[in-house]
Design a protein around this ligand. Structure first.
Ligand SMILES: Cc1cc2nc3c(=O)[nH]c(=O)nc-3n(C[C@H](O)[C@H](O)[C@H](O)COP(=O)(O)OP(=O)(O)OC[C@H]3O[C@@H](n4cnc5c(N)ncnc54)[C@H](O)[C@@H]3O)c2cc1C
Length: 355
């Protein structure tokens, strides 16, 4: 009997696989490879919230752990997936500049925000109210990381197919699925969790993000740009990821003309270089009502677990969340109250469940 059957291979499924592999546990992954949030994300690795100049929730602990995890991946697989690149922040006005200076002298934030402003112009970017820069941040090549790992580690334990919930058999000490016996299932389905008959009671609200791929020869591939609510992220070969919109109302993955207009308005107010739009796409972020992750064991079916709710910062939170979950499963270590799904147990009784 194997340790875990994992459903879903985005950042959540990847990080949980990785902690199992590190502990020499047997596991298999089922994922249908619909393009989820991870294959559409910008890849920005940033523990600060630039809208408010604060640190994200539990940012420093997540940051330390995640950084080591990506460096360790590079070392183990002899590949480069983590670019330490500055994020150039373009100020909107003088008040924005003043708030930056105050924040940049605050404990914690001072590890990331440079107090000195950039005095020179930035290639392709309008001057507006000037710029400053974030250090110790960067970009993770998510698709490359997932591909390398799948080819090198998961090759004989990956099933490229949708999980059929009605084929799952419960046994006394585990589960059986299509002839595979496992001690448990860990669902890492991103927004796909909404269709899960056991976990759909959880308040995964989801938020749509639209983004563009543009080509420009005048912007630099060496830095990420942030301003006017968008990121411009270098993707190599003169291509940049530009995004993203944020909507809790629209739960489709269809790009809209309003989304494109919004993105291009922001982009045009930020850059003076020429560009060509190559692609316009959308995906759903697995965001949660209270903006915290969803980790834990089903209250009634002890063979079922969930790792979800990575929201807008899967790169930052994913590694430590996966570690916490395995500690909980194997060593019975309690999950932090703010991430455990126990906080939503009352929702289960409200739902007319199909279990
Ligand atoms: C536009 C956009 C930009 C973003 N930018 C960033 C960023 O710059 N930095 C950052 O840290 N985060 C970013 N995020 C957030 C980040 O993408 C998410 O936090 C993270 O990718 C979520 O990973 P996940 O594995 O939970 O879900 P997903 O990536 O959606 O993966 C779930 C996978 O499970 C599969 N699946 C689901 N149900 C089943 C089933 N029943 N059977 C088989 N397979 C199934 C799906 O097909 C999918 O492949 C962004 C998100 C979006 C949408």
């Amino acid at each position: 009997m194997i340790h875990s059957l994992i459903v879903g291979y985005g950042l959540a499924g990847f990080h949980y696989s990785r902690v199992l592999q590190k502990q020499y546990k047997d596991f298999v992954v089922f994922s249908d490879q619909r393009p989820g949030a991870s294959s559409n994300a910008g890849g920005v690795f940033n523990p600060t919230i630039l809208k408010r100049f604060t640190l994200a929730w539990n940012a420093l602990e997540f940051f330390e752990y995640a950084q080591l995890c990506y460096l360790d991946f590079e070392k183990e697989f002899g590949t480069s997936i983590f670019d330490k690149q500055p994020i150039i922040y373009s100020f909107s006005d003088v008040a924005d500049q003043n708030n930056w200076v105050v924040a940049a002298h605050t404990q914690g934030l001072n590890r990331f925000m440079e107090a000195e402003f950039i005095q020179t112009s930035v290639e392709g970017i309008k001057e507006n109210a000037g710029y400053a820069q974030l250090k110790n941040v960067g970009k993770v090549h998510i698709q490359k990381m997932l591909k390398v790992y799948r080819e090198r580690v998961l090759k004989n334990q990956f099933y490229n197919e949708a999980f059929e919930y009605d084929k799952l058999k419960f046994m006394e000490n585990g589960i059986e699925y299509k002839g595979i016996q496992a001690e448990r299932i860990v669902f890492c389905e991103g927004y796909g969790l909404k269709a899960n008959p056991w976990f759909s009671y959880l308040p995964l609200t989801g938020s749509k993000g639209e983004f563009l791929h543009i080509r420009s020869r005048e912007l630099s591939q060496k830095r990420i740009i942030k301003g006017k609510g968008i990121f411009i992220v270098p993707m190599g070969e003169d291509v940049f990821w530009v995004g993203a919109t944020f909507s809790r109302d629209d739960k489709s993955t269809l790009p809209t003309s309003q989304g494109k207009e919004w993105l291009m308005d922001k982009l045009n107010s930020m850059i003076h270089s020429g560009y060509e739009v190559m692609e316009h796409r959308a995906a759903l972020r697995p965001t949660v009502q209270d903006r915290r992750p969803l980790l834990g064991r089903h209250p009634k079916k002890e063979q079922l677990y969930v790792l979800n709710g990575l929201g807008t910062r899967g790169l930052l939170m994913g590694p430590l969340l996966a570690h916490w979950l395995l500690q909980y499963i194997d060593n019975d270590l309690a999950l932090p109250p703010s991430v455990t799904i126990d906080r939503f147990e009352s929702y289960l009784n409200k739902q007319s469940s199909t279990i």
